[in-house]
Design a protein around this ligand. Structure first.
Ligand SMILES: *[C@@H]1O[C@H](CO)[C@@H](O)[C@H](O)[C@H]1NC(C)=O
Length: 207
């Protein structure tokens, strides 16, 4: 009985984590519940494999006290525009840093964890490019990339990531990542759940 109870708890935990990841996002702006994986989960939405047709360029390779201009352009070859997006400036620990300002038309800086840490569209406005200003945090929190997703339509979107910008000066010790494996706590937890489930299933079979 106790074992069954255990399996049930693990299942519930996995279900909760999975639902955290699955949220509807497009086309009227991303909800706060999309904050962790930054992916739209429209019923027909499909993450496109292969190189993203969108380029994210920052006007500096180092951040300090100055703002950074972020330019996002559809570079094709077939895909020359985009309609929706959800982007954050994340450090190697996967946590969003700084905030967005001077936002382009039909978009807003929304708050996922800290004030204005996420850029998203507010309407299905078709564009070829856009610019936004990213205001870095006061301290050096390690390498930052602009990351998230950009959608051509309700059904086609890509995961995007810029080249990294490094912080000036000594890095804040609390932000130094010791293991080099990936990002996204939720997906790590989901994998851990899956492993636990498998172990429990094997144990249940054995006894
Ligand atoms: C980058 O753009 C920001 C915002 O427009 C500006 O304040 C900053 O001086 C620029 N940095 C460089 C190195 O040109």
């Amino acid at each position: 009985m106790e074992r069954l109870h255990c399996i049930f708890s693990v299942c519930v935990m996995c279900g909760v984590l999975a639902s955290v990841q699955r949220t509807s996002a497009f086309p009227t702006g991303s909800p706060v519940s999309a904050c962790s994986d930054l992916m739209p989960v429209h019923i027909d939405g499909e993450l496109q494999k292969g190189a993203s047709p969108y380029m994210i360029i920052l006007n500096d390779t180092v951040y300090g006290s100055a703002a950074i201009r972020v330019s996002i352009t559809a570079v094709g070859p077939a895909t020359k525009e985009f309609m929706a997006f959800m982007l954050q400036a994340r450090n190697e620990a996967g946590s969003p840093q700084g905030n967005f300002g001077d936002v382009p038309v039909a978009s807003k800086a929304m708050t996922c964890y800290k004030d204005g840490d996420t850029l998203t569209h507010t309407a299905a406005f078709i564009r070829q490019s856009m610019e936004v200003t990213w205001f870095p945090p006061a301290n050096n929190v390690g390498k930052i990339t602009i990351t998230g997703s950009i959608a051509l339509s309700k059904v086609k979107y890509w995961a995007v990531e810029s080249a990294p910008v490094s912080g000036r000066g000594a890095q804040d010790a609390s932000t130094i990542v010791r293991t080099s494996s990936g990002s996204g706590t939720v997906s790590h937890l989901s994998s851990a759940c899956l492993i636990l489930l498998t172990v429990f299933a094997k144990l249940a079979n054995r006894f």
